[in-house]
Design a protein around this ligand. Sequence first.
Ligand SMILES: [Zn+2]
Ligand SMILES: [Zn+2]
Length: 365
Amino acid sequence: MAPTHVLRCCQRGLAWIPVIFIALVVCWSYYAYVVQLCLITITSTGEKIIYLVVFHLSFIMFVWSYWKTIFTRPANPSKEFCLPKTEKEQYEKEQRPETQQEILRRVASTLPLYTRTGAGAIRYCDRCQVIKPDRCHHCSACDMCVLKMDHHCPWVNNCVGFSNYKFFILFLTYSLIYCLFIAASVLQYFIKFWTTYLTESQAKFHVLFLFFVAAMFCISILSLFTYHLWLVGKNRSTIEAFRAPVFRNGPDKNGFSLGFSKNIAQVFGDQKKYWLLPVFTSQGDGFSFPTRLVTIDPEQHTECLQPMGLDKTAVDGCVEQPDPPSESQNHLLANDYHSEEDHKETEVLKSDESEAVTISIDSES
Ligand SMILES: [Zn+2]
Ligand SMILES: [Zn+2]
């Protein structure tokens, strides 16, 4: 086996350590709560039953959503976003970035693309050799372009994006409920064990630790959970919160925002009965997204909601055309995109103290 292969295998193996750590903590919490607290410590049968039922409900939902977040593969751009054979050969032979952009623009004219690089160029991933759909980014950890990429999460060893963003939110929700329920129900026994020298049993050790661990996880998950709820309400990914997507009119951090309830439906779907279940109900295909298209007129400021691919004439004046920009609008291209050609930077985004995420973002500014 080549050394690079061995290195990659080692990296892949090491990447599972945070997941295994969480799994071990969850297994221990199950044993500590069910056996040590409910079966050994609690004497009242009624209390035992209520605690066990609620605990198992939150445990099942938590494990289910965690599982789905980990094992749902990130969605990638479809074949339509790859350059056709002749264009690809032309692109590879071509040295001049202007002509390469010309090829990309020709291919992109048939695709539902609204966003550009900061310099107005078509977003192209040299690594995956694919035109990036709107909201798609290349993840260096997964080594692939991920649709509506949010961030790469080490705690699930997976990219959080279009295919599993709902599962990720539910994972945060149920882990918070799981920890809150444990902390709340353990509290009275925690105080009892702490204040009285009732027993020096094993149960005391488990119950004390259970409270500390649950409270600690609660605090760290809470900030991440509220941040992501805010992002869902704004229809923004973590990457877009750090760097606004660039449309034909320029960067617009609210470019994909359709209003609070529609933003929620984008992630959770429009059938409320599925909102709390980790089954895929997100709207759209991950390649194109409805945009809030803004025409700024000095006399009147009009805002239109326009899903992709609708007849342009129907909402004349409000449609951002996915066609290539005209040369006059595009004079920046010829001068500016040299500097960002092939230039990638890795940013470490800290969502909160509990989760450091590494995202490779193409430099588009
Ligand atoms: Zn890529
Ligand atoms: Zn990733």
